[in-house]
Write a protein that binds this ligand. Structure first.
Ligand code: SF4
Length: 250
């Protein structure tokens, strides 16, 4: 980041909410510098909501960004499709290139075999991040990028150190490749992520992605007396309504 960010306080003073100065409307985005001087970045993306603030920040900084959607962890296939299509929609809106990675789910299940009962943020997630970032780094190396990063770190549900460690390990496999460990949450990034998601009415997933996270989230909900997840019905900024094709499973 090469400029300070004297965000205007007027909106915050008027509303009484100090976080208002970080809103999409009021925030004066700083111009970001890449850590290695790269003019372009291959950004691994997990979903449109997490990617939205990151994409806006990169676009505002004039950093040429290609979105790399590689997430064979997402289960089932129709859930994967809806998350991917939302991300394509936003990439098109910003005029960013979008690379549609393989949905090689069998490889993912092979990779996490024996880790099915690990908790979220545990060793199954490390294997999951490793797999996705290794493929990201390989694609980057083959297509003239020397900088990669991921939108995964913006989520408050994630362990940023775990993600950065996986990213750096994957980048180290390719000479000259760097993983950008920028903290996309700070300066109100998490808040703007929600704001943009509401403005765009993005699909709102309620579990991380894999079949085990779906299982564990449902178990937790049931233990709290809550209903199980209904997939494909919640969108940011809208009331939850049942979609007509809710029984579609691929
Ligand atoms: S919980 Fe999320 S990060 Fe962990 S293995 Fe499942 S999909 Fe991957």
């Amino acid at each position: 980041m090469n400029t300070p960010n004297p965000a205007p306080d007027s909106a915050a003073k008027q509303s009484g909410n100090p976080m208002d100065r970080f809103s999409v409307e009021n925030y004066q985005r700083p111009v970001l510098d890449t850590p290695n001087g790269a003019e372009k970045v291959l950004m691994h993306s997990c979903c449109a909501p997490c990617a939205s603030e990151v994409m806006d920040a990169l676009a505002a900084s004039g950093i040429k960004t290609t979105i790399y959607f590689y997430n064979p962890n997402i289960h089932p296939r129709d859930e994967y499709n809806i998350r991917k299509e939302e991300n394509i929609r936003y990439a098109q809106k910003l005029g960013m290139d979008f690379v549609d990675g393989d949905y090689d789910a069998k490889n993912w299940f092979d990779r996490v075999e024996g880790l099915e009962n690990e908790p979220e943020r545990g060793s199954r997630c490390t294997a999951c991040f490793d797999m996705r970032f290794e493929r990201t780094a390989a694609y980057a190396a083959a297509h003239g990028f020397n900088l990669i990063s991921s939108t995964l770190g913006i989520s408050r549900w994630k362990d940023m150190d775990q993600i950065n460690g996986c990213g750096q390990r994957s980048a180290a496999r390719f000479p000259g490749m760097q993983y950008w460990t920028f903290n996309w949450r700070k300066q109100g990034g998490s808040q703007r992520m929600i704001e943009i998601s509401k403005n765009e009415e993005f699909y709102q997933q309620e579990y991380c992605g894999c079949v085990f996270s779906l299982r564990d989230t449902n178990d937790w909900r049931v233990s709290k007396g809550r209903e199980k997840i209904q997939r494909k019905v919640k969108f940011y900024g809208r009331e939850a309504v049942l979609s007509e094709d809710d029984d579609t499973e691929e």
